[in-house]
Write a protein that binds this ligand. Structure first.
Ligand code: PHE
Ligand code: ZN
Length: 877
């Protein structure tokens, strides 16, 4: 490995580019094994620049170079696959033309130009454009692109590029045709894209609120057009929402989305030409679950929203990744909240944050939301940058209030449109618009780790005075850097003895219902409070912290029943369940017999049958913390088998105690009308599925029949998957029939078969490893397809904690072997899978040693990619 490949890139080393490339034109001659790219770059040295031009490349084969139209001989430049240097760089603007040749068919990394089921497509974020031609492949170099695409017409009747279509035609006598696209908006190279292939199209017209006519297109494999309706509907709603809520309109004549089946990530916001993992486009009742529908809606919105937050205003450098990602996640979360139930969406988002981001932040892969150094940028598309990044924006809005937040956002768009911005510039807009000093707030970007927050309550009944004292404890990394306190908004209410919120009078002018913490230790006093209230703190999860509020079980039961804040109501239920699961876990560790606290089991039964609560919300309350949630809360010396035992015990107790109610609800919640994907119908199915899973866990004699009926009667994918999961995970007699009939029904549909793989890989049972291993030989499995790998191997490693972390280490070895096998073909997918080891130090010593050995076997792999070596080195450090 060369020293360049091992280099650490640091934020403090940032320098403005010595050259700009205001315009580039590309002429792309597509052929499966021999694609020719002619790229003409208009280059301008920045003033006082005397340095030689050095461009990025990655695996390039250079055929020709021309300077101002004249072919250069080999003495005037130095070119390697990863670098081009022009020895005598002109001082005045000049053009450089490169002819490179590529083999898209052989590109298994899915970066740069590749083919997916015969369709040519590109992926350039973060640094894929340099696999197409030599360029200043950095986000602060913005260019206007003109792209001519030429291909065999029979092989690729559809030719798509960024921006607006300009021209197209046949090349007579050759069977080839071409299309020219022009994108008037300057953009960094990571937003470049082209697509060519045999694709079917769904179109719709949209008129922006200022009257611009936009043609919307969704392109998919022929025969799948009927599965694009939901994506199109989601796109239309996203466009309207961004106009109404953020005042942002679309800015081109066309907006195209293409679904491909081989894609490393979820989707990509290329200007005017979003490219999607087909998992986030295709949906119908036969093959997609309600969750899939929700994901399609959210991802379509996310990519569309990037048109402003990411594309019109992009990032100066990759350290600022959260500038576009955190903000855009926040925007898509708000969109989904408006489309569905806000509290249920918030609960789902917090679950995700806690299960993915908190563990990341507590282990060897922890990093600030804005990292200061990286070895491989692809490894920083993390839950911390995305989800914690979104939490920072949410806190900003809570602190400023909706109005000032919107003013700050408008200022950001006004000031930075067309530029590559930084976090400092972003924050300065909100400070400017609100008149607030946000210096302390901005520390959230700088330090890794989840803050701990303790709240102590003191009530003086005689004086009628309530005092809340908060103590922050930041991560060691933050403290080492001299930072002891963040600015933390704590949304709150005081619940009176009758369960209703007390009216609050505060004279300090802070945002209503929000306590703003700025000190390491800080008290707030409330007067005129004679009956002791119950403080409900961190409502809506107003900050990404771990709160310890000293609540008793009675307090939590009260909150579960009465809190006016739905989030804290849910939180109270989770806290009660967590405490009980922890107790059971300790008991299991000691080898004792496990018996459940029936007060909790009954309280959950009350929620189950409470018809005043909507279905989706009930389902969220009743879903116990996951195995990984418990592992995270236990923190060290984790025994994954004891966690599984604790959860099984509680699930069984709930199933037994409420057996009759559950069976009744499974029937009552069955909806025989036509399928509708809306939030209310989805909530009903979610609750029904949850009831079925508890019933299946009960071990009661009538259960097998109940589940068998659910398997046979399911009329849509949500119900079918719920029934299949109950049957397989509980090892019921109907499991085999359910698996076979699912396979017979969906064998030809890869995305549906992914669910079939996942169900089997996540069975919490010692057989899961052998099953998963043998499924790698199933005809529908494919080591080259990221979705298949994630559905089977990823699901086993992330969704089946007790079997991945088996005491004999066989789960670790299986995952490690898969990673070694994937790495040479697709290092990004391998590196992402490798992060499943990130919490290895928290296991009890036996498992930790086995996980470490598996990691070391990966580290010892010859020619390990930079992607994987980066992760493995940080894990073992
Ligand atoms: N920028 C994409 C998104 O968030 C994610 C992505 C990153 C896709 C890198 C591909 C490659 O929306
Ligand atoms: Zn994004």
């Amino acid at each position: 490995m060369s020293s360049q490949e091992n280099a650490i890139i640091r934020l403090e080393d940032y320098r403005a580019p010595a050259f700009q490339i205001p315009r580039i034109s590309l002429d792309v001659h597509l052929a499966p094994h021999d694609t020719r790219i002619t790229a003409t770059l208009e280059i301008e040295p920045s003033s006082q620049n005397r340095s030689a031009l050095i461009l990025d490349g990655d695996g390039l084969a250079l055929l020709e170079v021309h300077l101002n139209g004249e072919r250069l001989d080999k003495d005037s430049y130095e070119a390697s696959p990863s670098r081009f240097e022009l020895k005598q760089t002109p001082q005045a603007p000049f053009t450089l033309t490169f002819v490179t040749c590529l083999n898209p068919e052989a590109n298994s990394t899915l970066m740069g130009l590749y083919r997916s089921s015969g369709t040519y497509c590109t992926q350039c974020e973060a640094e894929g454009f340099r696999r197409i031609t030599y360029f200043l492949d950095r986000p602060d170099v913005l260019s206007i692109y003109t792209t001519r695409i030429e291909a065999n017409e029979a092989e690729a009747p559809v030719l798509l590029g960024n921006g607006n279509p300009v021209e197209h035609g046949q090349i007579e006598g050759t069977g080839r045709h071409y299309a020219v696209w022009h994108d008037p908006h300057p953009k960094p190279a990571y937003l470049f894209a082209l697509v060519a292939g045999k694709l079917a199209r769904l179109t719709e017209s949209f008129t922006t609120r200022s009257g611009r006519a936009v043609e919307l297109g969704i392109y998919v494999e022929p025969g799948k057009e009927h599965m694009c309706g939901w994506a199109m509907d989601s796109l239309r709603r996203s466009m309207i929402w961004d106009e109404e809520v953020f005042g942002l309109e679309y800015d081109l004549d066309v907006f195209n989305i293409v679904a491909v089946s081989d894609f490393n990530m979820g989707a990509m916001e290329n200007k005017g030409l979003n490219i999607f993992n087909d998992k986030y486009v295709l949906a119908d009742e036969e093959t997609a679950t309600d969750q899939d529908y929700a994901h399609v809606e959210a991802v379509i919105a996310h990519e569309y929203f990037h048109n402003w937050t990411g594309n019109r205003i992009t990032c100066r450098d990759w350290f600022q990744l959260c500038l576009k990602e955190g903000l855009t996640v926040f925007r898509d979360q708000e969109f989904s909240s408006d489309m569905r139930s806000r509290p249920v969406k918030r609960i789902a988002d917090v679950r995700l944050l806690r299960s993915h981001q908190f563990p990341e932040d507590a282990g060897p892969l922890a990093h600030p939301v804005r990292p200061r150094a990286y070895k491989e940028i692809n490894n920083f598309y993390t839950a911390t940058v995305y989800e914690k990044g979104a939490e920072i924006i949410r806190m900003l809005k809570t602190l400023l209030g909706a109005e000032a937040f919107r003013k700050g956002f408008d200022l950001y768009v006004e000031r930075h449109d067309g530029t590559a911005a930084t976090i400092e510039e972003f924050i300065a807009c909100f400070a400017g618009a609100s008149g607030r000093d946000l210096t302390q707030f901005a520390r959230w970007y700088d330090h890794p780790g989840t803050p701990r927050l303790r709240a102590d309550v003191h009530h003086d009944a005689e004086a009628g005075r309530l005092t809340l004292t908060f103590t922050q404890e930041l991560s060691k990394a933050a403290q080492d850097a001299g930072c002891n306190a963040f600015e933390i908004p704590v949304s709150f209410g005081l619940i009176g003895p009758d369960g209703r919120d007390l009216p609050l009078e505060r004279g300090d002018g802070g945002p209503e219902g929000v306590l703003v913490l700025t000190e390491q230790r800080q008290s707030f006093t409330f007067e005129g409070i004679f009956d002791k209230p119950l403080p409900s703190l961190l409502r809506g999860f107003s900050a990404p912290v771990k709160l310890e509020a000293g609540l008793t079980p009675a307090d939590l039961l009260m909150m579960l029943r009465k809190d006016s804040d739905p989030f804290n109501r849910w939180q109270a239920g989770q806290d009660l369940a967590t405490r009980e699961l922890m107790r059971l876990y300790e008991e299991a560790r000691r080898g004792g017999t496990l018996a459940c606290d029936m007060a909790l089991v009954n309280a959950l039964g009350d929620v189950l049958g409470n018809e005043d609560l909507d279905h989706a919300f009930r389902a969220q309350i009743l879903a116990l913390p996951g195995e990984a949630d418990l592992a995270r809360d236990i923190g060290s010396n984790v025994d994954t088998d004891a966690i599984l035992a604790a959860r099984k015990t509680l699930r069984q107790a709930i199933g037994r105690q409420h057996g009759a109610l559950l069976a009744d609800m499974v029937i009552r919640l069955d909806d025989s009308g036509p399928f509708r994907p809306d939030a209310a119908s989805a909530g009903q199915r979610a609750l029904k599925g949850l009831c079925l899973s508890y019933a299946a866990a009960s071990g009661l004699p009538e259960t097998p029949e109940l589940v068998a009926r659910a398997v046979r009667s399911a009329g849509n994918m949500t119900d079918r998957l719920a029934a299949l999961t109950a049957a397989v995970h509980e090892g019921l007699p109907v499991a085999e029939e359910a698996l076979l009939s699912f396979e017979a029904r969906h064998g030809g549909h890869a995305l549906a078969m992914d669910k079939w793989f996942t169900v089997q890989a996540t069975r919490p049972h010692p057989s899961a490893l052998t099953t998963t291993d043998s499924l790698t030989h199933h005809a529908a499995f494919d080591w080259f397809n990221p979705n298949r790998v994630r559905a089977l191997i990823g699901a086993f490693a992330t969704g089946n904690q007790s079997q991945f972390a088996r005491a004999d280490g066989a789960g670790f070895i299986f995952a490690a072997e898969a990673i070694k096998r994937l790495d040479p073909k697709n290092p990004q997918v391998a590196a992402r899978l490798l992060t499943v080891f990130r919490s290895w130090k928290a296991y009890e010593p036996g498992r930790a040693a086995l996980a470490e050995a598996a990691l070391k076997s990966i580290a010892a792999q010859p020619d390990l990619s930079r992607d994987c070596s980066d992760i493995v080195e940080r894990c073992l450090a």
